[in-house]
Design a protein around this ligand. Structure first.
Ligand code: ATP
Length: 378
């Protein structure tokens, strides 16, 4: 089960400090989205605003027909039950073992019997790879296990929407890779709408269907992963490449003079702190572990993205088409037969900026019809 989240004109400030303004985006049902942004751009504030823990100044956030910005306390309480939230530190109670931590929302919010609670808790611990660890205290387990326990607890009320605040923070790259796979597997199993806030470039490049970025108190972009992964937008490019060179500074945005000085420094042959490779391009997205069902959100996303394909920059279109199977290409009426596995989109250098205006009509998808080849369509 999954819900759509429609956010329009959301604006938040604390006193005179504006955090972000006029944020509008839709989290499509059952799809995985990632929100990027330098530290302090208000990503956590955004998540808290989505569940009504913080009150935005204006705008709306509509879930199943309920605007959580303006609804009554009672409606807000009801709507919050649709959410499972993984906080940065797992937010576990230190004095409770994992079993009791995971059981907590069920004991608080439902009238389920202890035997029913046991069944659910053990199922969620199993789902997150924590079987056998139920007797441990949070202080006795690793950071990765704490994250997974936080995720198990976020799942017990069968959420339609899962929010994850920096699920990778404090984890090594290998544990982060496992966690990324876990999120995709969970999405395949429960079809929840997922929003992940992260700084992790690898996770951002391989996990989500959609990517967004907050910067300069605004939502710079939000859209299909292929659009941001191939974007020329300086702040997106800088962030996804983890470069010093670009508009994002150490504490805040840079001024033009500082950017020009840094550009000259790099042009003079000095390193800018990265391995030097250009990480732009559409890399293959993670798929569910073999044996799990296909992601319904991914299937729906293909239909959705192919309908808007002609509105996207050509290089993003190319990335989307490259990821389709031959059957899918025939179904959507795009491109020729597939010659190999989806390749990262090669970027000519220097890369021309996407031009507004009509795109190659060969690459424009027709609206999909019912009757998906090979079945399995929701
Ligand atoms: N309850 C609050 N009252 C006042 N200011 C707050 C409150 N919560 C957050 N802020 C401010 O809002 C800004 C954004 O904070 P937030 O934690 O959302 O950033 P972030 O993008 O998640 O950062 P990071 O990536 O470092 O976790 C910060 O300047 C912070 O001090």
């Amino acid at each position: 089960m999954s819900a759509e989240v429609v956010i329009e004109g959301l604006t938040k400030s604390f006193g005179k400090q504006a955090i972000w303004r006029d944020v509008s985006l839709t989290l499509p049902p059952g799809e995985v989205s990632v929100m990027l942004g330098p530290s302090g751009t208000g990503k956590s504030v955004f998540l808290k605003s989505m569940i009504g823990l913080l009150k935005p100044d204006r705008g709306s956030c509509v879930i199943n027909g309920v605007d959580i910005v303006t609804c009554s306390e009672a409606k807000l309480y009801e709507t919050r039950k649709l959410f499972g939230v993984l906080f940065q530190d797992g937010a576990l109670f230190g004095s409770m073992n994992l079993y009791d931590n995971v059981a907590f929302p069920l004991r608080e919010h439902t009238k389920k019997s202890e035997s029913e609670i046991k069944r659910i808790v053990l199922e969620k611990l199993d789902l997150t790879g924590l079987q056998g660890a139920e007797g441990k205290l949070p202080g006795e387990i690793s950071g990765g296990m704490r994250k997974r326990a936080g995720l198990a607890r976020a799942l017990v009320l069968d959420p339609e929407i899962i929010l994850c605040d920096e699920p990778d923070s404090g984890l090594d790259p290998v544990r982060t890779a496992y966690l990324s796979q876990l999120l995709i597997d969970l999405n395949a199993q429960i079809d929840a709408t997922i929003l992940i806030v992260t700084h992790n470039i690898n996770l951002a490049r391989t996990v989500p269907d959609n990517l967004g970025m907050l910067f300069r108190k605004e939502l710079v972009m939000f859209g299909p992963r292929e659009v941001l992964l191939t974007s020329d937008e300086p702040v997106v490019e800088q962030f996804l490449n983890g470069r010093r060179l670009g508009p994002i500074g150490m504490s805040e945005e840079k001024d033009a003079a500082q950017m020009a000085r840094e550009q000259a420094h790099v042009e003079a042959g000095h390193a800018d702190g990265t391995a030097g490779e250009d990480m732009r391009g559409v890399v293959p997205q993670l798929v569910p572990t073999p044996g799990l069902p296909p992601r319904q959100g991914e299937r729906r996303r293909k239909d959705r993205v192919m309908k808007i394909l002609h509105t996207l920059p050509p290089v993003a279109q190319q990335g989307i088409i490259a990821s389709l199977t031959d059957d899918e290409r025939r179904h959507y009426g795009v491109g020729g037969a597939r010659t190999g596995f989806a390749q990262p989109v090669a970027q000519p250098s220097p890369r021309p900026r996407p031009q507004p205006g009509p795109h190659d009509t060969q690459e424009i998808a027709r609206v999909p019809e019912p009757g998906w080849p090979g079945g399995g369509r929701p």
